[in-house]
Design a protein around this ligand. Structure first.
Ligand code: CFM
Ligand code: HCA
Length: 543
């Protein structure tokens, strides 16, 4: 369903043009992260990733603190997430991601609408901030009486040596609630990816396994790597429920600490954003024997095949039949919407530079309405997110980020339900369900396109000038610069004010949104009046 190509730019030329502006040493480094897709033969293509940004380059990446506090812990409503640091860190990681939550009742704990921070000042940097941190924990406890408090370290905390873990231990003892700290100083690692690992490891260590209550449901799964941006998690859960599948927990959209505590009782883990959470899936498999499969609910084809994979795992005919009935019912309005918008979108081109998974998950949605992706890349993904998990077996998946020794894992704890063995999983895969297979971005990219990892401002502007895309998808840092080029810009992080875009229902929303943006006539008015009529500047020049 690919649209007609409207451009003829050679990706090798664009790469050359981009690198020409850099000093030789920088050019050599950036060259490894810019990969032209020059032919249909993509085996062996590599994209350098997960390396430090060259100082001085304007990157779009976030920091370790953002990954830990904003991304992983931000969507959990029944814990007080307290930022130990200057007020800006807490403020800018406070719901800007548009992660939504739905407490079951008005009196259920929901602290997400509050922004908690120690508001560090100069004197705290000079004399130390531990006292202030203790006082903040006490104050939050006195006002809200939460069951858990977590503390997030920002850059100055590590630099001045405040010991958030000692404070957490002391206050935990004093208040008798669960309190733990994260050493997630912004400068750690090379991007927000380090923060994902730190947050997930702590949740696994301090929370998972605390509650053995087993949900009374025939098919119960955890959804990993879904953060309920713009309500995506809500529509996915509704779809699963319609099929008869229940969620024990989601990591971490619309989540609670209670759900994390008994997630080990689920039968299966379905992994959506591989980048942020694959190692949790691995740890849950190693420790509790819960197998995991890769899914995506972005795009109708992926949604349908993910439902089928889950049903195939359970090998239950009734479930398989119900899933097929739901797919048939939900697909009809999606197909009708595609038919409606495709004539207006077909042949248009898009670019997308987003985090660590959406820059490939969203490609299907554009393809479905006949559009082509000219260039794409992640901000902070690792090589397996480009090259896939089964394609290049020599990539050891995040071995560096798994901390099995520290977690004292006892393998194969299958107390809760008989789960499938590796052999049984293999037998199912032979039937046509490649459960863990994960393609990554490269197979999505067409001949003539360009992959760029950790794109910079200069590279973005060069791409726009040379490829002239019809729409550009990225985040808030790029938004206005792109719009000033007269190109519609869709935020694929926060979805601007839109969403949900997941599941069948979300796909319909997305198609409508892209149609509206591509075909709005606002862009033709972007030129200032005096650019078209130079005499105006003389007319209004009163000096
Ligand atoms: Fe996963 Fe995400 Fe993403 Fe991500 Fe993010 Fe996000 Fe993202 Mo912004 S967890 S990697 S760290 S899908 S916050 S919900 S949109 S960069 S592509
Ligand atoms: C983050 C969060 C972010 C930022 C998005 C953006 C998000 O990385 O700290 O730059 O617009 O999705 O909110 O990725």
């Amino acid at each position: 369903m690919t649209g007609e190509r409207t451009h003829t730019v050679n990706p090798e030329e664009i790469k050359k043009e981009i690198l020409a502006k850099y000093p030789p040493k920088v050019a050599r480094k950036r060259a490894k992260q810019i990969t032209p897709v020059s032919s249909d033969e993509k085996d062996g293509l590599k994209v350098g990733a997960n390396v430090r940004t060259v100082p001085g380059i304007i990157t779009q990446r976030g920091c370790c603190y953002a990954g830990c506090k904003g991304v992983i812990m931000g969507p959990t409503r029944d814990i007080i997430n307290l930022t130990h640091g200057p007020i800006g860190c807490g403020f800018y990681s406070w719901l800007t991601r548009r992660n939504q939550t739905r407490p079951p009742s008005d009196d259920a704990d929901n602290y997400m609408t509050y922004c908690f921070s120690t508001d560090m000042q100069d004197q705290d940097i000079v004399f130390g901030g531990e006292k202030k941190l203790k006082a903040a924990i006490q104050e939050a406890y006195d006002i809200f009486k939460p069951k858990s408090i977590s503390i997030f370290s920002t850059c100055p905390v590590g630099l001045i040596g405040d010991d958030v873990h000692a404070v957490a231990r002391e206050m935990k003892e004093k208040l008798g609630i669960n309190i733990f700290g994260f050493s997630c100083e912004g400068y750690k690692g090379v991007s927000q990816s380090a923060g994902h690992h730190i947050a997930n490891n702590a949740i696994f260590t301090h929370v998972v396994g605390l509650d053995d209550t087993v949900m009374d449901a025939k098919f119960k799964i955890n959804l990993l790597g879904e953060y309920n941006i713009g309500g995506d998690g809500f529509v996915i859960e509704e779809l699963l429920n319609k099929c008869g599948i229940e969620l024990v927990s989601t990591f971490s959209g619309n989540s609670t600490m209670d759900q994390f505590a008994n997630c080990h009782t689920a039968d299966l883990n379905a992994v959506m954003c591989h980048r942020s959470i694959n190692y949790v899936a691995d740890m849950l498999e190693t420790k509790y024997g819960i197998p995991w499969i890769k899914v995506s609910f972005l795009g109708p084809t992926s949604t349908a095949s993910s439902l089928r994979k889950i049903a195939a795992y359970f090998e239950d005919q009734e479930l398989i039949d119900r899933v097929e009935a739901v797919i048939a019912e939900e697909m009809a309005p999606v197909e009708a919407k595609i038919k409606e918008v495709k004539p207006r979108c077909e042949g248009k081109t898009a670019m997308m530079f987003v985090g660590g998974s959406r820059a490939h998950h969203y490609q299907e949605l554009f393809r479905d309405i006949g559009m082509t992706v000219l260039s794409a890349g992640y901000e902070f993904a690792h090589r397996d997110d480009y090259e896939g998990r089964h394609v290049i077996p020599d990539i050891k998946i995040d071995a560096d980020s798994r901390n099995i020794e520290e977690l004292e894992i006892e393998p194969d704890d299958t107390r809760y339900n008989p789960r499938k063995t590796e052999e049984e999983m293999k037998a199912l895969e032979e039937k046509g369900y490649p459960f863990k297979a994960y393609d990554g971005m490269i197979p999505e990219m067409e001949k003539g396109s360009l992959i760029i990892d950790d794109i910079s401002q200069h590279e973005t502007e060069t791409l726009i000038a040379m490829y002239k895309p019809d729409i550009f998808c990225a985040g808030i840092k790029e938004k206005y610069a792109v719009q000033k080029h007269g190109i519609p810009m869709k935020q694929l992080h926060s979805y601007d004010t839109g969403g949900p875009y997941a599941s069948f229902e979300g796909a319909i929303n997305f198609f409508d949104e892209i149609d509206r943006m591509l075909n709005a006539n606002i862009w033709q008015y972007l030129e200032a009046p005096w650019q078209k009529n130079p005499e105006l500047s003389a007319k209004y020049n009163w000096e």
